[in-house]
Design a protein around this ligand. Structure first.
Ligand code: SF4
Length: 318
């Protein structure tokens, strides 16, 4: 007969007692966590939990609780990434949910990749917390797509906004900063929002593809996001734009109608234009500027702190 106690002994050298702990997820959701300490009357659930205890910490929902990952943690992630290289998007998302939910999140700007991922996530784990960075400069079509996604998949994407409204922000800076300093604008209205939202999460899902831009050619399937300090999962890293659109058409996944008007990559309306035949898909972002990324997915050599808080403080005092 199968001996659970023996199996437990393989995985744990700890004293055999069992403890149950309550916990709260990053969004206040309550969940229960079992510490891997077992009684001599271990159940199958004990064994499963015990197996979890043998998983390297970087691959657990508590990954973020430690300090910076050690080289061996990064090697583990690299190995997982290599292992998942041939996996389908479904398998990668399943892996992400198994390892990191409920401390797993996703950011989406409702691009075709994001909508495709949401269509899969809805089948695997629709409770994953998904957010959109609502800069205040999004196209109305993008916000409408949020409603369509909610209706079709039951996933209500949360709108996360910067500290200041567009009106306040432009007043503080004497006009729209996207015209004079788009890097700063992106830092304040996108990056600062992500920094705030991902607190307490162990991993996030992104819709990056390797063929999108030179900055993205080497993205792993799974890796450590040095910028935000959590694991980053790119289930569509290997996909081409064509493959994404084939799936969207096949499964009638909702998408932004602006794509039919020549917009290949859609961000904030002041910094996005349609592209011409043969142009790079991100050529329409920040037209006329030496900028192709908002900074969410690149590590800058120098991180310039935003001057906004001090401006705002002065403004309040006036
Ligand atoms: S994309 Fe443009 S408007 Fe949007 S945050 Fe960046 S600079 Fe500002």
């Amino acid at each position: 007969m199968h001996s659970l106690t023996n199996e437990v002994a393989i995985f744990s050298e700890r004293p055999l007692s069992r403890k149950k702990h309550g916990g709260q997820g990053a969004n206040g959701e309550v969940f229960q966590d079992f510490l891997p300490e077992y009684s001599s009357e271990a159940t199958e659930a004990d064994v499963r939990d015990c197996r979890l205890s043998s998983v390297p910490r970087i691959l657990t929902p508590q990954a973020h609780l430690g300090n910076l990952p050690q080289p061996e943690d990064l090697e583990i992630l690299a190995e997982e990434s290599r292992r998942l290289e041939e996996a389908s998007a479904e398998e990668i998302l399943q892996w992400a949910v198994e390892h990191y939910f409920p401390n797993l999140t996703m950011a989406t700007a409702f691009g075709p990749e994001g909508c495709l991922i949401l269509s899969i996530l809805a089948k695997i784990e629709p409770r994953v917390y998904v957010f959109n960075i609502d800069t205040g400069y999004q196209f109305p079509e993008t916000l409408k797509l949020r409603d369509q996604i909610a209706e079709r998949y039951g996933i209500v994407v949360d709108l996360q906004r910067p500290e200041f409204s567009v009106e306040e922000y432009e007043r503080l800076h004497g006009g729209p900063l996207y015209k004079t300093n788009p890097d700063q604008c992106c830092r304040d209205r996108k990056i600062a929002v992500v920094r705030r939202v991902i607190q307490g999460y162990a991993a996030w899902i992104c819709g990056l593809r390797r063929d999108q831009s030179p900055h993205r050619v080497q993205i792993p399937i799974v890796g450590w996001d040095q910028k935000f300090g959590l694991v980053k999962i790119n289930p569509l890293a290997r996909w081409t734009s064509r493959q994404v659109w084939q799936r969207i058409v096949q499964e009638k996944i909702p998408y932004n109608p602006l794509h039919e008007r020549g917009y290949a990559s859609i961000g904030c309306w002041p910094c996005t234009r349609p592209v011409s035949e043969g142009e790079d898909e991100r050529a329409g972002r920040w037209p006329g500027m030496c900028k192709t990324e908002c900074g969410l997915h690149v590590i800058e050599d120098v991180q310039t702190p935003s001057p906004l808080p001090s401006f705002a403080e002065e403004d309040r005092q006036q």
